[in-house]
Design a protein around this ligand. Structure first.
Ligand SMILES: [Cu+2]
Length: 211
């Protein structure tokens, strides 16, 4: 057994896991990507080192306080990972599927009217407020007839990026909620999508499609 290799491996695993959990806890948006990659690398290195450390020079003798301590640490780490996986928290948190859902049979159009770039003009997103039924008409198409604009969620749930005159951007809402949005270059442009459930309506639509 090569104790120093084993200890370094365990330390790498601890640091790697800590980094991954910190990155997924949402402490810092800007750090996240780099931290995730670096931590993943540390974790992989650590995991590769542990068997090397354990097995170098013959099978380990499972006695002595050091090996017991290292085994205890590994048991704690494995249970931590298993618990968070079971609870679906931290890195196991499910990714929101908003935006990856199928377009609905009916669609609602919001126009970005000419002159929207002008803060003095009241009309920009027309209509400013819409109500949609999830699965029925919750696919919304923004059609731009003006200079480039964005459709950007106040809560970072969606962002069209800039799209120019004559272009459009489509987004399908799949969960109930009040979705406020604005335009990044022209923050006075504001709109809201109210998405509601109506299971009866969606069910009758399915029946029509089937029949
Ligand atoms: Cu704009």
């Amino acid at each position: 057994m090569d104790e120093s290799l084993l200890v370094v491996g365990v330390i790498f695993v601890i640091l790697g896991l800590a980094g991954i959990y910190i990155a997924y806890s949402g402490v810092s948006d800007t750090l996240d990507n780099g931290l995730q990659q670096f931590s993943g690398l540390l974790l992989a290195l650590g995991i590769a080192m542990i068997p090397g450390g354990l097995l170098r020079g013959g099978l380990p003798q499972l006695s002595g306080p050091k090996i017991v301590a290292i085994l205890a640490i590994m048991v704690i780490l494995v249970s931590l990972v298993a618990t968070t996986a079971a609870l679906q928290i931290g890195p196991f948190k499910k990714v929101e599927e908003v935006g990856e859902v199928k377009e609905t049979p009916f669609k609602v159009i919001v126009r970005i009217v000419p002159g929207s770039f002008n803060p003095q003009q009241e009309e920009n997103y027309v209509p400013k407020q819409i109500r949609v039924i999830i699965g029925y008409n919750s696919t919304v198409i923004w059609i731009n007839d003006d200079v480039p604009h964005t459709v950007t969620s106040e809560e970072d749930l969606f962002n069209s990026g800039l799209f120019g005159s004559g272009q459009n951007w489509t987004y399908t809402f799949s969960r109930e909620g009040v979705y406020r949005y604005h335009c990044i270059p022209h923050p006075w442009m504001r709109g809201v999508v109210i998405a509601e459930e109506n299971p009866e309506l969606v069910a009758s639509l399915r029946q029509q499609e089937a029949g």
